[in-house]
Design a protein around this ligand. Structure first.
Ligand code: SAM
Length: 239
């Protein structure tokens, strides 16, 4: 990526407290987003003035929820949010940016190279096609899909005890209540809504956390359905 492809965006004062020593590197990423990211249509030009507060800082506080040394898969990483920020802030994490669109993976690879992030890799693909290939401690996703669909993509990628951290808007509680049945049918799990970064970002970041409680990819209910023959048609044949 040429330096000419970098824009310039000044970090707000709170960014110093939040990012500490990582601020210069986050600043370089911000410049890439504001430059090549906008030129290539990966983020809208109207996002540039609010890049720090609404995007970078909002994503950064999610690191509080990620255990030391975790493997993290960022589904639908787009221009790298929240995955790149997590990779910068937490060198102890192994982060995979999972993104199906070529144009976006090209940008992501250039960012990783430019920012020299050895703990971050880019994979091109759809989350639902990665079931046999990925087992992670944490899956993150921001602005990717409604919760029930996101759960059907993310939960199969998690180890037992692993969590989906979905960055959501103010309607997170009602979205979770609507999706609860689908999430449990996908895989036994517990879920809650957490607000992270109070006092650091305004508003705090809303995260739906879904933690899988079983090794199996299927809930007890699905297992029961399968062992009792599943559909009526099958039961008929058995008799
Ligand atoms: C609205 S963008 C959000 C990008 C980024 N997470 C952010 O917050 O700026 C949604 C991204 O999800 C990706 N996506 C869509 N379907 C997907 C799938 N099945 N698996 C993985 N990523 C997907 C899209 O290509 C797109 O980059």
């Amino acid at each position: 990526m040429t330096s000419g492809a970098e824009g310039k965006v000044t970090p707000p004062e709170q960014a110093q407290h939040l990012f500490g020593d990582a601020l210069p590197l986050v600043g370089r990423y911000a410049d890439l987003l504001a430059g090549a990211g906008v030129e290539r249509g990966l983020i809208g030009p109207r996002e540039v003035p609010r890049l720090w507060e609404r995007h970078l800082m909002n994503c950064a506080v999610v690191e509080e929820l990620i255990p030391e040394g975790a493997t993290v898969v960022d589904i639908g990483s787009g221009a790298g949010l929240p995955g790149v920020i997590l990779g910068i802030l937490r060198p102890d994490l192994s982060v995979t940016l999972l993104e199906p669109l070529l144009r976006r993976t090209v940008f992501l690879r250039e960012c990783i190279e430019h920012l020299e992030l050895p703990n971050v890799e880019v994979r091109r693909g759809r989350a639902e096609d990665m079931r046999s290939e990925i087992r992670a401690d944490v899956v993150t996703a921001r602005a990717v899909a409604p919760l029930a669909r996101l759960g059907s993509w993310a939960l199969p990628l998690l180890r037992k005890g692993g969590s989906l951290l979905a960055l959501k808007g103010e309607q997170a509680e009602s979205e979770l209540e609507e999706a609860r049945g689908d999430l449990s049918a996908q895989r036994p799990c517990v879920a809650d809504v957490i607000r992270v970064g109070r006092g650091k970002v305004e508003p705090a970041t809303t995260v739906v956390r879904v933690t899988v409680t079983s090794e199996s990819g299927h809930s007890g209910a699905s297992k029961a359905r399968r062992s009792s023959g599943g559909s009526k048609k099958k039961r008929g044949r058995k008799r």
